[in-house]
Design a protein. Structure first.
Length: 135
């Protein structure tokens, strides 16, 4: 879509971990993605605290404080300061981007990697996020 932000995935650092108040910090190390499009440009957005439509959270692992969603169909946000990073790729291309040590998820925070087509709807988009949990 050229008007909506479509989530690829979201990650949440939960309030509770191991039946206690979570004090873990999730460090966002790098992100990457790729888009396939016949003619257009596709923009990727890393959004903090967006409002998700249709999210279904699942624990990443039993030893992790994070939950992951891949089923949300839309994400909205109220302010541009919620956008941590954005980048645009053309036609069939990919990117990898290292994040600074200052980009973290505190307990209760959520981030979403979303896409929006600029000139034509992309036929496929994928994304990845590398993290480190300090527990």
């Amino acid at each position: 879509s050229t008007s909506a932000y479509t989530p690829i995935f979201s990650v949440r650092n939960d309030w509770v971990y191991a039946s206690r108040a979570n004090q873990s910090v999730v460090n966002l190390l790098s992100l990457g993605g790729a888009a396939a499009s016949n003619t257009g440009l596709t923009s990727f957005f890393l959004i903090r605290g967006g409002t998700l439509t249709g999210a279904s959270w699942a624990a990443y692992a039993t030893t992790s404080c994070t939950y992951v969603d891949t089923s949300a169909t839309a994400v909205t946000f109220a302010s541009n300061n919620q956008v941590i990073w954005t980048g645009t790729v053309c036609k069939d291309s990919e990117f990898t981007f290292p994040l600074s040590d200052e980009v973290t998820l505190q307990p209760g925070e959520t981030i979403t990697l979303a896409v929006r087509s600029v000139t034509a709807t992309a036929t496929a988009c994928v994304g990845q996020l590398n993290t480190r949990e300090d527990q």
